[in-house]
Design a protein around this ligand. Structure first.
Ligand SMILES: Cc1cc2nc3c(=O)[nH]c(=O)nc-3n(C[C@H](O)[C@H](O)[C@H](O)COP(=O)(O)O)c2cc1C
Length: 206
């Protein structure tokens, strides 16, 4: 059992990474391995809507997103971590996640997801809501903790003082491990996640 943790912050060892390290602790406590992948601090392109990914199973921009596709396929859980930039997820996170989720190269259904945001002071709720949209459009059960998954601080040293934020993250990891285990147990018991059974696509409503 493995979870993929994405650090979308511009700082490799910043506040978002700290939050994810605590999620990883909780996952380990629950018997789930994890890997933190940093998006880096080079510009990341957004989705060009060229649709080539649907044919090739990878994005035409050959960057970290293509690595994420391969790692996400192997993962049972996904945590998207982002700093809050102007009350939204950081631009590079949005660019990368649009491309990752649009490829159709990963079967997300039955993988569990959680969003984690770090901010100095405000705007966390809107950023958090936006990130959760990736999970709720792809059949991914969303894991929660005992507060919204946010940590406060402008530096990792400050964020380390957010005791409640750190506990929220560790508990999130533990809850995610539990849910992954439940899904696996269900599969063994002949009750796999149903996946997409009912389908319809209408581009307008009349
Ligand atoms: C461009 C930019 C916009 C930001 N906007 C906000 C904001 O809206 N609200 C807030 O509380 N902090 C804001 N911050 C501060 C970061 O969210 C905060 O420092 C965060 O914890 C840094 O995480 P990191 O170390 O992983 O990059 C902003 C920082 C930057 C660089």
């Amino acid at each position: 059992m493995k979870a993929l943790l994405i650090n979308g912050g511009p700082h490799k060892k910043g506040c978002t990474n700290l939050a994810l390290e605590y999620v990883a602790r909780g996952l380990a406590e629950g018997g789930v391995d994890s890997e933190i992948v940093w998006l880096g601090n080079k510009p990341l392109a957004g989705c060009m809507a060229c649709g080539r990914c649907r044919e090739q199973g990878r994005c035409v921009f050959d960057d970290v997103v293509n690595e994420l596709i391969l790692k996400a396929r192997e993962a049972d859980g996904l945590v998207i971590g982002s700093p809050v930039h102007y009350a939204a997820p950081a631009g590079q996170v949005v660019s990368a996640m649009h491309r990752l989720f649009y490829t159709g190269a990963v079967d997300w259904s039955g993988k569990v997801g959680a969003a984690v945001v770090s901010c100095r002071r405000g705007g966390s709720a809107t950023a958090y809501d936006q990130l959760n949209k990736y999970f709720s459009i792809t059949g991914m059960p969303i894991v929660s903790s005992y507060y919204w998954n946010e940590i406060h601080g402008n530096t990792p040293e400050e964020a380390l003082q957010d005791e409640e934020g750190l506990a929220t993250m560790q508990q999130l990891g533990l809850n995610m491990a539990w849910l992954i285990g439940c899904i696996k147990a269900g599969e063994k018991d002949g009750r796999p996640y149903p996946g997409r059974v009912h389908q319809a696509r209408t581009n307008f409503i009349r």
